[in-house]
Design a protein around this ligand. Structure first.
Ligand SMILES: *Cc1c(COP(=O)(O)O)cnc(C)c1O
Length: 407
């Protein structure tokens, strides 16, 4: 029930108190969910942008034409990073996040399959693919099949070959994957998809604003973007390593005409033609404009500087972990995401000790172990983190048996 009104100061004071019960989103104790840079200048810029666009609505591009142009510029920037050739139509759309980008791509691939007469399409995705693909299959009435992983925790191409069939509408490849931070064999999976008339969606939700800059820095990055034949869609989240607040992602299509499968039009309701390219109707404009502003402010050099630091942090953490005999890094991760396993200690018990010391580590189930995504701010705590980890490995008790969970 709505109660009597209270002074604004009192409302804010209560919120401050309640906010403190949750982890600090600007701090360095979380390893995922948020991606703090520790850069006051970027946060100040975003704050200014939000104040200016608090109540804007990105629903109607004909009424707010300038806002629509700003959105197109963000899309074009993302498209450029992943080498999408310029075309006549928009390369894609901005959405509220990786999940919505993936949903729109899966819907597009379903519609294309249906236009080829496939009534019950199948989505084929690696075991390590984000749950949004299974969610899309569930929402849109498609079958879903999982590709087992190889020794390096990448999609097993031979297994994919035996699972693909005439109903496969899309094959998914992660660049890089959430559970293990490794890149699936994109070229092989894309070729397999093309050979069956299917699309190939590369999930670069976390890698999209990391891998292009790693490549520019001269680090080895296997081919994964639109330069690979057969890659038809790429999803990339600005609200992760683009350092924009939540609500900003991009879904891109290789071909101009694929985009039209994504758009929904309706004109029988008495208020004229209504059309949207994605799930949302009314849309918050602030994350879109923040994405534009952060891109303008940082530029290529700004992103490169951040990523260069982040790589140095990741290298230090990885070396520190490899120096602890009981711990092993899973696979050969390319970006700032590390998964750990151990055949000597119970890593959930290790994580219990880390919890007690105020770190929020994620638990993995396959392989049983730990998971953390590094953000720029973690550069400030590498030493303390590794000391605590070494302590936890040496001094843990039995595991509290906490369920592995996404967050
Ligand atoms: C985060 C993530 C998603 C989903 O994105 P949301 O923004 O959480 O909806 C999809 N794929 C990968 C690899 C991710 O890391």
């Amino acid at each position: 029930m709505l109660s009597s009104g209270r002074p604004a100061a009192e409302v804010l004071a209560e919120l401050d108190e309640r906010r403190q019960k949750d982890p600090d989103v600007n701090g360095h104790r979380l390893f995922g969910l948020v991606y703090p840079t520790g850069r006051k200048d970027i946060e100040a810029l975003i704050g200014e942008v939000y104040e200016r666009f608090l109540f804007s609505n990105a629903l109607n591009p004909r009424r707010f034409t300038e806002l629509a142009k700003i959105e197109q510029e963000v899309i074009a920037t993302a498209a450029g990073l992943v080498h999408r050739a310029p075309g006549d139509n928009p390369a894609g759309t901005m959405t509220s996040g990786g999940t919505e980008s993936i949903l729109m791509s899966m819907l597009t691939n379903r519609e294309r399959a249906r236009s080829r007469g496939i009534e019950q399409p199948q989505v084929l995705a690696p075991e390590s693919a984000h749950p949004a693909y299974a969610k899309a299959a569930h929402y849109f009435g498609m079958d879903y099949a999982s590709i087992p992983l190889d020794d390096g925790y990448r999609a097993d191409v031979a297994a994919a070959r035996s699972l693909v069939n005439e109903r496969t509408c899309v094959i998914v490849a992660s660049a890089y994957s959430y559970p293990h931070g490794v890149i699936d064999p994109v070229a092989e999976l894309a070729a397999l998809a093309a050979g069956h008339g299917a699309g190939c969606h590369v999930d670069a939700c976390i890698g999209g604003f990391v891998l292009p800059f790693l490549e520019m820095l001269g680090r080895p990055v296997p081919p994964w973007d639109f330069r690979v034949d057969g890659v038809t869609e790429i999803s990339m989240d600005l609200h992760k390593y683009g350092y924009v607040p939540k609500g900003a992602s991009v879904i891109l299509h290789r071909d101009d005409d694929w985009f039209s499968h994504q758009v929904f039009f309706y004109d029988k309701w008495g208020s004229g033609l209504y059309g949207t390219p994605a799930i949302a109707g009314a849309r918050t404009a602030a994350p879109i404009v923040a994405a534009w502003a952060v891109g303008q402010y940082l530029g290529v050099e700004g992103y490169l500087e951040i990523i260069d630091d982040l790589c140095a942090t990741t290298d230090r953490v990885r070396q520190g972990i490899e120096a602890i005999d009981e711990l092993q890094v899973v696979g050969d991760p390319i970006g700032p995401l590390l998964a750990l396993k151990s055949d000597q200690v119970d890593l959930y018990a290790v994580a219990d000790v880390m919890d007690d010391r105020g770190w929020y580590l994620n638990r993995n189930t396959k392989p049983y172990g730990l998971h953390f995504m590094l953000s720029p701010i973690h550069g400030q705590i590498v030493g303390q983190f590794l000391d605590d980890l070494a302590y936890a490995v040496a001094h843990h008790g039995p595991s509290k048996g906490e369920q592995a969970r996404y967050s």
